[in-house]
Design a protein around this ligand. Structure first.
Ligand SMILES: Nc1ncnc2c1ncn2[C@@H]1O[C@H](COP(=O)(O)OP(=O)(O)OP(=O)(O)O)[C@@H](O)[C@H]1O
Ligand SMILES: [Mg+2]
Length: 268
């Protein structure tokens, strides 16, 4: 089945009231964010999407693919499941070396040029994480950031899933801007659950959640896009300080001034 769009139809929040957002659509190429305080139902919303909920979850939401609901007894061939969910607590259970794991996944997915695809996957993952992933390392020995990076790269390239749901990647030490830049090149639907201002502002639109319900949809306008550009500068400075501290440097006055000067000149 070729997925052109999915529709999320609102159900009820934790208080049993109808959600304010009755419906929104996701089309191929869309990048969206889901935001809101802890416990407001962000993970629940992406779980509903992953399950293709059909009034059969506590939120009573309905998900349509190309305007059609998915029958309760329908199940996808696992090797062709259209959704990849990178959850808040994903860990690898297998301790195969990274290279072998990717080879097996590529074979299951019927990849034609497995070696190239594996190379591309590792290259993608290594652009997301600060610490390079070695093919011979056991999967369970990877760090949190490496694990998330590999899962994202694997879902995008080997899994080739048209819909990718990511639950809070920012806490895993992933290069966020790089991730968004790379992901924008793929014609897929990306849904980020995030507390990160930049991910939210680089999205096409964001869903605001409160007490288990979708409250509002905000489209990223020109002013917010400009704000995102300025925030990038601040963020890059913060990342540079983090790098210096990790590398054992001292943040002396000259070091501080040197790194902060671009921001000052730009009058932020
Ligand atoms: N529409 C709903 N109807 C009933 N229960 C809900 C609904 N939405 C969320 N819940 C319940 O509220 C609790 C918190 O939801 P959830 O884990 O999705 O929040 P979250 O926004 O992902 O939080 P965090 O930021 O801590 O990850 C869960 O127990 C979930 O089952
Ligand atoms: Mg959550």
């Amino acid at each position: 089945m070729e997925i052109k769009k999915i529709t999320i139809r609102g159900g009820i929040g934790k208080d049993g009231e109808r959600e304010k957002v009755q419906e929104f659509e996701l089309k191929m190429g869309d990048i969206i964010s889901i935001v809101g305080p802890t416990g407001c139902g962000k993970t629940t919303l992406i779980n509903d999407i992953e399950l293709f909920a059909n009034y059969n979850t506590p939120s009573q939401r309905q998900i349509l693919i190309n305007d059609e609901p998915i029958p309760d007894d329908f199940s996808f061939d696992p090797s062709k499941h259209p959704i990849a969910l990178i959850s808040q607590h994903t860990n690898f259970l297998s301790d195969l070396p990274v290279g072998e794991f990717l080879t097996i996944h590529a074979a299951v997915r019927g990849a034609e040029n497995a070696e190239n695809i594996i190379e591309e996957t590792l290259d993608f993952a290594n652009q997301l994480t600060g610490e390079s992933i070695n093919r011979l390392t056991g999967m369970t020995e990877l760090s949190g950031g490496q694990t998330r990076s590999l899962l994202i790269a694997d879902a995008v390239i080997i899994g080739n899933s048209p819909i990718i749901l990511l639950d809070e990647i920012e806490n895993a030490g992933i290069h966020r801007t790089k991730a968004l830049e790379l992901l924008k090149k793929y014609d897929k639907i990306f849904v980020f659950v995030t507390h990160d201002a930049r991910i939210a502002l680089l999205s096409d639109f964001r869903i605001i959640m409160k007490q288990g319900a979708m409250q509002k949809v905000i489209y990223t306008g020109i002013e917010e896009r400009r704000a995102a550009q300025e925030l990038k500068k601040i963020d890059d400075v913060m990342l540079e300080f983090r790098r210096l501290i990790r590398a054992g440097e001292e943040i002396t006055e000259p070091v501080f001034n040197e790194n902060i000067k671009n921001l000052v000149y730009n009058n932020i």
